[in-house]
Design a protein around this ligand. Structure first.
Ligand code: G4P
Length: 527
C-alpha cells in the first residue's frame, strides 16, 4: 500500500450533521466552516432555509435545489485534517435523501436544542445511524437560552436515541445565568461571553475543587458544579473511544452555536476521535480503503436547475484507492468504461475541477442520465456496494397520465426521477397501475412540477389508502406463493421487480404477520 494513500485516508473525516429543523444545524455548520477558514463571514450557509418557506412554494424549492448543490458537500482543512461535511436537507419531506447521505458518512454529529430535547426527526435519523453502527457525537445547543436540566437531557438522549451517553463538557447554569462549561475531557473551564464573533476563554484547571473556580464563576455555582461532576463520575462510565467507534456510546457536548461557544472544543475532539474512512462491505467482499484499486458509489443525484439541459451531478463517495480525472473507470451496472473530464470537488463551498480524490472524499460527476443511486464505479472489478436501502415510504398515490400524447415522456420522466431517488415506484400486480410512494406530501408536488418542466409530461394523482409497503420473502417458496395468491389484490413489485406487500392498515399488516409466520416482512429494501 502506498504511504501517500495511507496518509490521505488517515486525515479524512467525512460526516453529516443531523438534527430536527431549527435545533441549530445550519448555525453549527457555519461555525465549523469559520474555524476551518472555509468561509469568512457568518450567514454564508443558507442551504437549510427551505424549511422556513411555505410547504409548496415552488420557486423557492427550485432555488434551494440550486443552492444546495453548492452546499451538498463542504470540505475544508483543519489542524492537518481534511474534513468533509455532507449536508442533509432540513425539510422532513426529504428525509429519504438524508437517509441516503448517511450511507456515505463515517460518523455523525447530532444537534439537539436544550429546550426541546430529542424531537421526531432526530429520533428517525438516529435509527438509521443505529442500523449502521455509525459513531455519533451529540451537541446540545442553545445553552444561552432557558432550557431543561442537563441531567434530564442526558436521560432523554439515552432513552429516546437508545444509545449510552457520556458528557464530555458540563454546563454551569443555563439561559441568562449561563456561565460556561467545564471540560471533563480536556480538564478546563470555558467561560462564556455572549458574542457571535469572539471565541470563548479557556482556563486550564486540573481539578474542579481548585478555588480558582469559585473566583471565576462564584461560590454557589462552583459548589453546584462540584456536585454535578461528582454525580457524573458516579453515574456515567469513563469515555471509551472504542465504544464510540462501535456506535455504542455517544459523547455529549454542551454549547451555543450562535455564540460560537463550545464549537471549537467539539471540533478538536471530533478530529481526534472520529473515524477515518472504514472498510465497506460489498456483496462480493469487504473493500478496504487502502486498496490500490479505486472504488466508489453514487449516493445522491442532483438534477440541475436548467430544465432545458437535463444534466445532473452524481455524487460519488470514494471508498478505496485513488480517483483520478480522465482515467477510465468501470461503471459496473452497464459494464462500460467511463472517463470523467470534469469531476468536481467541493472545498470551501466552491466547486472546482479536481485531478484526484481519496477515500472519504466526495466527487461530483456531471451526468446526463447514466447514473442511478447505488451505482458503483471501480478500476475494473465487479463490486456492488450494499447499504443503500430504500425505506418503506409513508404516503402513496396512483400516478396517471394526464396527457395521452405524452405517455413516453411521462414514462421516461418517472424512470429518471426514480433513479435519482426522488421517490419510489411500485407497480400493482393486480391491475398494473403505477404507485408512487414518498416520505412527504412535498415530493408529489416536486414530481408533478419536474415532470412538466423537465419532460413536458403531465401527471394526475389519484388517492389511495395505504399504510405501508413491505418487502416480503420466504425460505419456503410454497408459502410465498400461497401468500401472493391470497393477497393478490395487494401485491406489487418495486422497480427492481421485487415482491412488495401493500398493507392498507396496521391491522391488516399485523394479521398478515400472524397468519403467515413463514413470510418475512421487511421495512427497508435491503435485508
Ligand atoms: P437548523 O439548521 O437546525 O434548522 O437551525 P438553524 O441553524 O437555522 O437555527 C435555527 C434558529 O436557532 C436560528 O434562528 C438560529 O439563529 C438559532 N440558533 C442557533 N443556535 C443558537 C444558539 O446557540 N442560541 C440561540 N439563542 N439561538 C440559536 P432564527 O431566528 O430562526 O434564524 P435566523 O434569522 O437567526 O437565521
Amino acid at each position: 500500500m502506498s504511504e501517500e494513500l495511507k496518509k490521505e485516508i488517515e486525515k479524512r473525516r467525512t460526516f453529516a450533521i443531523i438534527s430536527h429543523p431549527d435545533a441549530g444545524k445550519t448555525t453549527l455548520t457555519e461555525k465549523l466552516l469559520l474555524f476551518g477558514g472555509a468561509i469568512h463571514v457568518a450567514g454564508a450557509v443558507k442551504s437549510n432555509k427551505i424549511k422556513k418557506t411555505a410547504t409548496s412554494d415552488w420557486m423557492e424549492i427550485e432555488k434551494q435545489r440550486g443552492i444546495s448543490v453548492a452546499t451538498s458537500v463542504m470540505g475544508f482543512e483543519y489542524d492537518g485534517y481534511k474534513i468533509n461535511i455532507l449536508d442533509t436537507p432540513g425539510h422532513q419531506d426529504f428525509a429519504e435523501d438524508t437517509f441516503r447521505t448517511l450511507t456515505a458518512v463515517d460518523s455523525v454529529i447530532i444537534v439537539v436544542d436544550v429546550a426541546k430535547g430529542v424531537e421526531t426527526q432526530t429520533r428517525r435519523l438516529m435509527e438509521v445511524c443505529r442500523m449502521r453502527n455509525t459513531p455519533v457525537i451529540i451537541f446540545v445547543n442553545k445553552l444561552d437560552r432557558e432550557g431543561r436540566d442537563p441531567f434530564d437531557i442526558l436521560d432523554e438522549l439515552e432513552n429516546e436515541l437508545k444509545i449510552k451517553v457520556v458528557p464530555l463538557t458540563w454546563p454551569i447554569n443555563i439561559g441568562a445565568k449561563f456561565k460556561g462549561v467545564y471540560n471533563l475531557y480536556e480538564h478546563g473551564l470555558d467561560l462564556f461571553t455572549p458574542s457571535k464573533q469572539t471565541i470563548s476563554e479557556r482556563v486550564e484547571i486540573d481539578d474542579v475543587n481548585n478555588p480558582v473556580v469559585d473566583e471565576l464563576v462564584g461560590h454557589a455555582d462552583a459548589e453546584k458544579l462540584r456536585e454535578d461532576i461528582e454525580l457524573i463520575d458516579g453515574v456515567y462510565p469513563e469515555f471509551n473511544v472504542e465504544e464510540y467507534l462501535e456506535g455504542k456510546v455517544a459523547p455529549v457536548f454542551f454549547g451555543s452555536a450562535l455564540n460560537t461557544f463550545g464549537v471549537k472544543e467539539l471540533l478538536n475532539c471530533f478530529v481526534k476521535i472520529a473515524p477515518s474512512p472504514k472498510p465497506v462491505v460489498a456483496e462480493e467482499r469487504t473493500i478496504n480503503p487502502d486498496e490500490e484499486g479505486f472504488s466508489g458509489f453514487v449516493f445522491k443525484i442532483h438534477a440541475n436547475m436548467d430544465p432545458n439541459h437535463r444534466s445532473c451531478i452524481a455524487f460519488v463517495k470514494v471508498c478505496s484507492g485513488k480517483f483520478e480525472r480522465n482515467v477510465g473507470y468501470k461503471h459496473v451496472r452497464s459494464d462500460k468504461v467511463m472517463k470523467f473530464a470534469a469531476p468536481t470537488a467541493f472545498m470551501a463551498q466552491k466547486k472546482s475541477v479536481v485531478e484526484e480524490a481519496f477515500p472519504g472524499d466526495i466527487v461530483g460527476i456531471p451526468d446526463t442520465g447514466n447514473f442511478k443511486i447505488g451505482d458503483t464505479l471501480t478500476s475494473g472489478e465487479n463490486i456492488h456496494f450494499k447499504g443503500l436501502p430504500s425505506f418503506s415510504p409513508e404516503m402513496f398515490k396512483y400516478i396517471e397520465n394526464a396527457d395521452p400524447m405524452k405517455a413516453k415522456q411521462l414514462d421516461k420522466g418517472i424512470k429518471q426521477l426514480m433513479d435519482e431517488g426522488v421517490a419510489q415506484l411500485f407497480t400493482s400486480s393486480f391491475n398494473g397501475r403505477k404507485i408512487i410512494g414518498t416520505v412527504g406530501q412535498l415530493q408529489f408536488e416536486v414530481i408533478q412540477y419536474r415532470l412538466l418542466h423537465e419532460y413536458g409530461a403531465q401527471c394526475r394523482w389519484e388517492p389511495m389508502s395505504m399504510y405501508k409497503a413491505c418487502w416480503i420473502e420466504s425460505d419456503d417458496p410454497a408459502a410465498l406463493d400461497a401468500f401472493k395468491k391470497r393477497k393478490h389484490q395487494f401485491m406489487a413489485t418495486d422497480k427492481e421487480g421485487r415482491d412488495v406487500f401493500m398493507a392498507d392498515s396496521n391491522y391488516v399488516l399485523q394479521m398478515a404477520q400472524t397468519d403467515f409466520p413463514k413470510i418475512k416482512f421487511h421495512f427497508s429494501s435491503e435485508f
